[in-house]
Design a protein around this ligand. Structure first.
Ligand code: ADP
Length: 231
């Protein structure tokens, strides 16, 4: 429209606003499509995991560091803690990133300004325990089991405060299970929630070292996974 009327220059500010809005919604669409396609692939048994022996503590710390600026811009504080500096286990770093970014995205979405998010890694010998805890709105006991089901959301109303399609946690659970692990949620309504992921401490013999499935830049991954939250 602005092109046709030759008024691109005078409308620069609104053009920038609209382009940013298009970009944000493209990230959301990208996340939704990726999640739906991958859930279907998992169900059909075609989802490929690329396991390699990696220092899981470093992998998680890097993910947390990549969202510090974003969480701060939302008025939230994110804190990383670990009882061990190095723990090498078989994992798929790109999919571990998806698990953790999804949990952090939810922690941001369901928290209020001034709240805190704690990401903790604990070495329990046979497995590694990763938890993402917030002191946000919490989840009622009766809803704790259903949130891992596909398309299930506690607040489905059109007037709910956050975006999302209810596929994140179902995919997260499947990817955790593909690692041979488990996930569960604990919560106190009105006080906050804690999601705990347990990944077994095994190692793989044949690592796919040539694999570099990460076609998006790290920064782009964060933008896609956190796209439900408007900047
Ligand atoms: P989405 O976030 O797209 O709605 P998810 O599958 O990620 O879908 O989460 C399902 C539902 O679980 C959310 O809609 C929300 O009701 C609840 N939930 C998830 N994480 C949290 C959290 N940290 N605090 C409160 N509620 C949560």
């Amino acid at each position: 429209m602005y092109c046709n009327s030759g008024s691109l220059d005078e409308n620069k500010d609104s053009i920038i606003k609209y382009i940013n809005s298009i970009k944000q919604n493209s990230y959301r669409l990208s996340k939704l499509i990726n999640n739906i396609v991958d859930t279907s692939k998992i169900e059909a048994g075609f989802f490929e995991m690329n396991l390699s022996n990696k220092n899981i503590v470093e992998v998680i710390e890097k993910i947390v560091m990549s969202v510090v600026d974003f969480t701060q811009s939302k008025g939230l504080n994110i804190i990383f803690d670990t009882d061990k500096e190095e723990k090498i286990i078989a994992c798929d770093p790109e999919n571990i990133e998806r698990i953790i970014l999804n949990l952090i995205s939810n922690a941001i979405k369901f928290s209020n300004e001034g709240n805190e998010i704690f990401v903790d890694v604990k070495d329990k010998n046979e497995f590694v325990e990763i938890s993402v805890k917030d002191n946000g709105i919490g989840i009622e006991e009766k809803n704790l089991d259903m949130i891992f089901d596909r398309f299930k959301q506690v607040d489905k109303s059109l007037s709910r405060k956050t975006e999302g399609a209810g596929v994140g946690l179902s995919l997260v659970k499947s990817i955790v299970e593909l690692h041979g692990g488990t996930i569960y949620a604990e919560s106190e309504f009105g006080k906050g929630s804690k999601f705990t992921v347990k990944i077994p401490s095994g190692k793989v013999l044949n690592q796919n070292i040539s694999y570099s499935g990460n076609v998006r830049s790290e920064n782009e991954n964060v933008k896609v996974e956190l796209s439900d939250i408007y900047s």
